[in-house]
Design a protein around this ligand. Structure first.
Ligand SMILES: Nc1nc2c(c(=O)[nH]1)N[C@@H](CN(C=O)c1ccc(C(=O)N[C@@H](CCC(=O)O)C(=O)O)cc1)CN2
Ligand code: GAR
Length: 192
């Protein structure tokens, strides 16, 4: 079985899509990691009996640190880590511990519209203001700089009929919900 851990901070629609659309003969969502105790993604994980870990820069009795998480992931035999709306920087040591085994989905066509501050609606507002005809989603390896890692897959969508950032967001999210499970299924079959 290919064990996947998903990092989240928000509503969890990408987590739900991974859960629903990855091949359960090959892929197991073995853990969810969140920096927020109360978010839709954590609710979904709890409703589906997926173990949840809370991560913080300053750990306390309910939040763990990355060194502890690394050992837990070794114990769980995690094969791939997926950032799905996770809004904090992954530390360098953790990246080194899971070299080329951490991927992220970004709601734009990198390398444009990426970097610090570029998350959620901030991305779609920047795309809307650019008056570009296309946006899309990108899955890339996570490295030590935000949104800088090697691109794995990218899908474009025509946004010329979108009249607001919110309309762009809806179109891009639909792309994300197809792209991410497809990439994870391919990883589970060692196609990368
Ligand atoms: N080491 C890496 N960590 C993370 C990456 C990465 O590529 N390398 N990707 C991000 C995901 N992301 C875009 O895809 C992203 C998320 C958040 C931010 C950002 O500016 N965050 C703010 C904090 C926001 C908050 O806490 O509400 C910040 O760091 O000041 C930029 C890009 C995940 N981690
Ligand atoms: N730069 C990171 C970033 O903006 N990620 C984006 O956060 C949203 C999370 O939605 P979800 O919680 O419903 O999956 C998704 O659109 C994802 O691409």
């Amino acid at each position: 079985m290919y064990n996947v851990a998903v990092f989240v901070s928000g509503k969890g629609s990408n987590l739900r899509s991974l859960f629903d659309n990855t091949d359960k003969n090959f892929v197991r969502i073995a853990a969810v990691v969140s920096n927020k105790k109360n978010c839709g993604a954590v609710d979904f994980a709890n409703q589906n009996s997926i173990p949840v870990f809370f991560i913080a820069e300053k750990p306390d009795d309910e939040f763990i640190d990355y060194k502890t998480l690394t050992q837990k992931f070794y114990d769980l035999k995690i094969d791939l880590i997926v950032l799905a709306g996770f809004l904090k920087k992954i530390p360098d040591d953790f990246i080194d511990a899971f070299n080329k085994r951490i991927i992220n989905i970004h709601p734009a066509l990198l390398p444009k519209f990426g970097g610090k501050g570029m998350y959620g609606m901030n991305v779609h507002k920047a795309v809307f203001e650019s008056k570009g005809k296309f946006s899309g989603a990108t899955v890339h390896f996570v490295d030590k700089i935000f949104d800088h890692g090697e691109i794995i897959a990218q899908v474009k969508v025509d946004i010329s009929d979108c009249r607001s950032p919110e309309e762009i967001a809806l179109k891009v999210l639909e792309i994300e919900h197809n792209l991410l499970p497809s990439v994870v299924n391919n990883f589970s079959k060692k196609l990368y």
